[in-house]
Design a protein around this ligand. Structure first.
Ligand SMILES: Nc1nc2c(ncn2[C@@H]2O[C@H](COP(=O)(O)OP(=O)(O)OP(=O)(O)O)[C@@H](O)[C@H]2O)c(=O)[nH]1
Ligand SMILES: [Mg+2]
Length: 200
């Protein structure tokens, strides 16, 4: 990986044709309704692929809608997007489906990924436990990004780290992934963390 990979924020958007392209697959994971599709859509430089379906009465009693009563659609397969940094790093972003009934797809979606963002909603931390376990068990580097939802109590990063009981070297950050810049910053943190993990 060239030196720009360690500072993929140097400049944004597109790429220089004379710089070799390093492609990396990264995952955007976490529980139901934590903002995975929102993150992929916010940063993707190509029209994101989404597989949203309406939440219907069929999901009542099956999907846990507690805390996200306003949600009308859900990802049923995956999200896909792409983001290229001018230093020559291109990320292929794969968003996982959040609902428990679609977890059987995670192994296939995760294949070949260098790392993952685990999004959490501080009102419903437990919905992201399965994603954390999944990446811990497979030794795949991940960072935790806590989305700021309106009306949610404000927690410090340390409180979130304690509540999730993750290793001290795992980066934990607050975010609002509706913002392209913020979402990009989380991806940069993930790439840096994955590179560091690969070196150690
Ligand atoms: N306040 C706030 N709302 C957000 C944020 N991220 C996402 N949302 C909202 O949360 C809702 C759910 O977002 P999605 O992106 O569909 O969540 P998801 O994780 O893809 O959901 P599933 O695929 O159903 O698991 C949407 O209405 C978003 O606008 C955030 O950072 N802050
Ligand atoms: Mg989704």
């Amino acid at each position: 990986m060239n030196s720009a990979a360690s500072d993929p924020t140097a400049t944004a958007h597109g790429r220089d044709d004379d710089v070799p392209l390093h492609t990396l697959k990264v995952l955007v994971a976490g529980g139901f309704g934590v903002g995975k599709t929102t993150l992929v859509s916010a940063v993707s430089e190509v029209r994101p692929l989404r597989t949203e379906e309406l939440l219907t009465d069929a999901s009542v009693g099956v999907d846990d809608l507690g805390g996200v009563e306003g949600k009308t659609t859900t990802t049923v397969a995956m999200d896909f997007g792409r983001l290229t940094f001018s230093g020559g790093v291109r990320l292929y972003l794969f968003g996982t489906p959040g609902q428990e009934r679609f977890w059987f797809m995670w192994d296939q979606i995760a294949y070949g990924a260098v790392g993952a963002i685990v999004l959490v909603d501080t009102r419903r931390l437990s919905t992201s436990f399965a994603a954390i376990d999944f990446f811990e068990q497979r030794g795949l580097p991940f960072v935790i990004a806590a989305n700021r939802f309106e009306g949610a109590r404000r927690y410090t990063v340390e409180e979130i780290r304690d509540a999730l009981d993750v290793d001290p070297e795992i980066p934990v950050m607050m975010c609002d992934v509706r913002s392209r810049e913020v979402a990009r910053g989380v991806l940069v943190a993930l790439v840096e963390h994955a590179l560091q993990a690969a070196r150690s």
